[in-house]
Design a binder for this molecule. Sequence first.
Ligand code: URA
Length: 239
Amino acid sequence: MDRDSLRKDYIELVASVREYVEEQLQFGFIEAELSEPTEESPYADFDLPALATDAASCTKCPLHETRNSVVFGVGDTSADLMFIGEAPGADEDRHGEPFVGRAGQLLTQIIEAGMKLKRENVYIANVLKCRPPGNRNPESDEVETCSPYLVRQIELIQPKVIVALGSFAAQMMLGTKTGITKLRGEFHPCNVPGLRVLPHKQPPVVMPTYHPAYLLRNPNAKRDVWEDVKKVLAFLPGT
Ligand code: URA
């Protein structure tokens, strides 16, 4: 191949890459989706305040009948680090804020005393926004109905790392049924169908670890969680 045709190919390649990037920038987001395509999220154009307002009056599943509050999320909406739990408990349902009961106090300790971060500088949310009665496990149809809120929260916050607390959050973030003991301790690519990221951003990575409520029952597992969050800190220098 002669120099002129190589040069021509190169110029064409640069032009087509530029055209692609410009298109993506104009659109605003690119799909980070790694699994099967899904229908467009009903919240694709919502910002966080609009999403929170919508969630506050949600009646899409029976949990609205027994809740006192919709527990949307709390923290820095441009945080690099996001924690995702399972569902509000009684204290969270009363206060409208995630992780404020006993398990929440332990999470705050992990963030503040362990990781030396401020709770208000990370973002904290749950898979479900409403409390399952009696703190039972979330049902799969409740997770399916509620998950578009969390997916849109992740899209808007664009964290670099998601710490998935317990099986429900980990399995949702990774699109798997594997249990937390097998998943924890390693970074995994986020595998949430339909999740979009801005073109200049990477999709978040996920660090599954034990849920703080499990740590209350099994204090020995705190050692494992400490190993997991040290990896997160190493991944996010300067946080
Ligand atoms: N457990 C959770 O998973 N989330 C909370 O907000 C509180 C307890």
